[in-house]
Design a protein around this ligand. Sequence first.
Ligand code: GLN
Length: 448
Amino acid sequence: TDAYLGMVEKHRGLNAYITETPDLAREQAKAADAALAAGTAGAMAGIPVGIKDLFCTEGVLTTAASHILDGFKPPYESTVSANLKKAGAVMLGKLNLDEFAMGGSNQTSYYGPAKNPWKAEGSDADLVPGGSSGGSAAAVSARMALAATGTDTGGSIRQPAAYCGITGIKPTYGRCSRFGIIAYASSLDQAGPMTRTVRDAAIMLGSMAGFDPKDSTSADIALPDFEAALTGDIRSLKIGIPQEYRPEGLDPEINALWDKGIDMLKAAGAEVVDISLPHTKYALATYYIIAPAEASSNLARYDGLRFGLRVEGKTLDEMYARTRAAGFGEEVQRRILMGTYVLSAGYYDAYYLKAQRVRARIAEDFRNAFKTVDVILTPTAPTPAFGIGANMDDPIAMYLNDVFTVPTSLAGLPGLSVPVGLSSTGLPLGLQLIGRPFDEETVLRAGD
Ligand code: GLN
């Protein structure tokens, strides 16, 4: 813990942490020592982790990287962070993210962007760590935490993991409780571990996940021993390669990385076959209707009365409007506008309802594919990490980065990103493994 607290201090310039909790960490480390001595220690005993600042932590500032939650100290703990605590984990602090997890580069954070510890060869320019769990990925990559929690609505664990050269898994929707995680899009949000290795991810996921009566969408099914699934043997596995993920104009480096991944799996004895996921091309548009729709509803609670910031006005309505105008950043306001629009009478059928229908088709594509294959392999993101400042005035360009991660989210499936190679400029690149519902074991085994 002391060593990691030292790294947190040393690399403060990366802006990975919004809040540091060194005193709490030392206290928890002592308790873990005692548990280890008494033989009562859990699987995470003494492991220093960072917690994405979207998880409510009792008595510890929780911001969602938004101005509107100024000074908010939750009176309760999220189930996932409580589970980690129970397993003995030590919390080093709360990690930076895109405001309310809306973004793919950490640049919408009210606290300024976290920076990627990696730099392109021969360049000193700062790069984004990806997002929204950018602080988590940067911290694990720079050894400012041994592991971190992330959340993933449309790629926010997998894409930053790829950009920072680490491992991250979005479990099946329902595997981890959403209780106490500040909501973005409730039918998509899912917590997961961000770690250096697949084995670490398996261990940490085992401590985070499990049924929780406080989340009605949490799945009441047995929790497997994820680490035991890492047998090193993938000879019986059938891996699918979806042709729709190879659009014309895909970066040749990403294509080559994908081929490298295929060769690695083949060399380990897996069978690789082409598959088709025909509705893939609609996934991005579908996601950017459903996620903002749910967000516009979830964010209605920030009214200046109950949480954080309040900007006074002459009337109640004026207070609401002023608070929300001052408290929400540009991207969050854009999402609320989009979401309110697609849910409004007259547009609901044309956009929201249609998106829900397409979502069902996308899930059906995956169900059909998983009749013949066990795991699907794709790139995690279409590019390596880009420069801070890039794509900021072009939201569509930013959204296009999520093209390979959102279909998995819409279908609720587990998706793992593993680091597989470097770009010609020396930046990390990741591949994504997608599995059947609640079959994280096979995904982790193939990733390992
Ligand atoms: N980049 C996507 C978005 O902005 C995904 C974010 C996430 O998974 N939280 O919605």
